[in-house]
Design a protein around this ligand. Structure first.
Ligand SMILES: [Zn+2]
Length: 271
């Protein structure tokens, strides 16, 4: 049996330095790590320099499908108001939604306010009445209008270079885990990045190629409605070779990317 090597630093993997790698991020719901592809040092390095920022970008989106009751930070469509929404499996839960910066009081007599539900509104009015009684005032509040819960949305701010690196890392990890015999772009890129790992900007070598790759290969996937409307198991990430030329990666079942396997061709053509 030939020794397995870490795909980043090329050290032989032994029982001492082999690591359990979550190809699709433990923190984004990957339940099954694989061994025999990364050494512990490189696993930690990639976790710190690539995974961590990626996780931060998508953790709110993941919370919407994690399977647990989560407090999710979301914005209302078309406004900049942010809310903390109790949510489980993409369904808003029946507990009060805490609104941030909802109230606009104009003066002591007249004010307008927005509430997300009647509980929220009544609580607010009771507080106002109490304060008025304390000051020996009487104020009568009436709710004039009720509105339905608005549409909430999460729009992650994607960093092209980082997103591309993470996709590449998932692809490389997955292809090694199935002992894929063809060309793997990450086998060229990660060892080079590793060699310059002490640079202040860990991505500087990948910036140019990362942006080209994102614009040419990843962006068309992210804007492809058909691909993005496929909801694979929400909360679960996976990869699969869909035919001989494409690798489909689904991140938490909500973000789907289909990348050509012979990646050196389209990239070198562009120069
Ligand atoms: Zn290594």
């Amino acid at each position: 049996m030939s020794a397995k090597q870490c795909y980043v630093c090329h050290k032989n993997l032994t029982s001492k330095n082999d690591s359990r790698e979550h190809i699709f991020l433990d923190s984004l719901g990957d339940p099954s790590p694989v061994s025999g592809i990364l050494c512990r040092d490189c696993n930690n390095w990639l976790g710190e320099k690539v995974d961590y920022a990626f996780y931060n970008t998508f953790k709110e989106l993941y919370k919407t499908v994690s399977g647990k009751l989560e407090l999710v930070k979301m914005a209302v469509s078309n406004t900049s108001d942010t809310f903390i929404i109790p949510m489980k499996n993409q369904v808003i839960q029946n507990s009060p939604i805490k609104a941030q910066n909802t109230f606009h009081q104009h003066n002591n007599e007249l004010f307008t306010a927005r509430f997300l539900d009647m509980t929220d509104a009544k609580e607010f009015i009771e507080k106002k009445k109490k304060r008025a009684r304390k000051n020996n005032q009487h104020i009568d509040f009436q709710i004039e209008k009720t509105a339905s819960i608005p549409q909430f949305e999460i729009i992650p701010q994607i960093d092209k270079v980082l997103f591309t690196l993470e996709i590449l890392k998932m692809a490389t990890g997955y292809l090694h885990s199935i002992n894929y015999k063809g060309y793997i772009l990450g086998d060229d890129i990660f060892p080079i990045l590793f060699r310059y790992k002490n640079q202040a900007d860990p991505y500087f070598l990948f910036k140019e190629i990362g942006i080209i790759y994102f614009d040419k290969i990843i962006l068309p996937c992210l804007t492809n409605r058909e691909l993005q409307n496929i909801h694979f198991l929400p909360g679960k990430s996976f990869a699969t070779i869909t035919n001989y030329h494409y690798l489909l990666i689904s991140i938490i079942g909500l973000i789907n990317v289909s990348i050509p396997l012979n990646l050196n061709a389209p990239l070198t053509d562009s120069y």
